[in-house]
Design a protein around this ligand. Structure first.
Ligand SMILES: NC(=O)c1ccc[n+]([C@@H]2O[C@H](COP(=O)([O-])OP(=O)(O)OC[C@H]3O[C@@H](n4cnc5c(N)ncnc54)[C@H](OP(=O)(O)O)[C@@H]3O)[C@@H](O)[C@H]2O)c1
Length: 249
């Protein structure tokens, strides 16, 4: 029996990296998957990769109207959802002294506000007994250079997860945070790591991780599957770090 047979999963930022790996794994485990993302063509490519069970919805998680559209489409198409993975996120590394108001607002708009209003909008169509997974970051536990604002957004997500674990308990909906450490996804390029510097950057980061390497998106997807499935039926309100032990150093 597949672990997510006949379940419906919604994954924000499901066209890339950890979100795409989770979408593919959830679909392989029997779920019908709705992914969201900003770029129509990239979302369409991802839907083809995930397979017949998937649909794609284009939009910006910083816009609450987008979340209402997602909830409406999911209700019309599938009758509701069982799993909501708030995964879309951005990171701008900058010493606090040099962070502009626009950069600050942009990170909070996507990571914190996007997560908050995404869950608020999907809650009415989330079936009782469901699972909400909020993608945080190791950065909210461990001080990393230039990450103050990003860490703040992810700390907010941790607070949301703990609050919602109690707010949703009477519906049997579990809410957990999944916190990746450095993981090999497109986020590295988006941080400004040039393709020619990727190898040395990865080597440098690997030296700071007890397991001696970066995580792979599939490893995060398997942790997300644990939180999404009945394997974690007695788990709510936790922060599951998947970071190769980096928080220990
Ligand atoms: N990779 C890491 O080292 C790492 C470590 C800790 C935490 N995380 C967290 O893991 C999550 C996934 O990141 P990833 O590494 O898989 O990076 P990624 O490959 O860049 O994926 C991020 C996804 O979020 C989407 N997104 C960003 N802003 C959005 C917006 N305003 N509206 C809708 N979608 C938006 C992106 O869409 P586009 O493709 O259009 O940009 C993309 O699909 C993020 O929350 C990130 O903070 C990652």
């Amino acid at each position: 029996m597949k672990q997510l047979q006949d379940k419906v999963a919604v994954i924000t930022g499901g066209n890339s990296g950890i979100g795409l790996a989770a979408a593919k794994l959830f679909a392989a485990e029997g779920a019908k998957v709705a992914i969201t993302g900003r770029r129509r063509d990239v979302v369409d490519d991802a839907v083809r990769e995930i397979g017949a069970a998937a649909i794609g919805i284009r939009g910006d998680v910083a816009d609450p109207a987008h979340h209402h559209e997602v909830a409406e489409i999911v209700r019309d198409r599938f009758g509701g959802a069982d799993i909501y993975m708030a995964n879309a996120g951005v990171n701008t590394i900058r010493p606090s002294q040099h962070v502009s108001e626009a950069e600050y607002d942009a990170q909070f708009a996507v990571n914190a506000r996007g997560t908050f209003f995404g869950v608020q909008a999907i809650a009415p169509v989330l079936r009782d007994g469901g699972s909400v997974i909020l993608v945080g970051s190791l950065a909210s536990d461990k001080v990393l250079d230039g990450h103050a604002v990003y860490a703040g957004t992810k700390a907010a997500i941790g607070a949301f997860a703990r609050s919602w674990a109690l707010e949703f308990k009477d519906r049997g909906i579990r809410v957990n945070m999944l916190s990746p450490g450095p993981t090999e996804t497109a986020i590295l390029e988006k941080l400004g790591v040039a393709p020619e510097d990727r190898g040395s950057f990865v080597d440098m980061m690997s030296g700071a991780i007890p397991l001696g390497r970066l995580g792979q998106p599939g490893e995060l997807a398997r942790a997300a599957l644990f939180l999404a499935s009945d394997a974690s039926s007695f788990v709510t309100g936790i922060n599951l770090r998947v970071d190769g032990g980096m928080a220990l150093l």
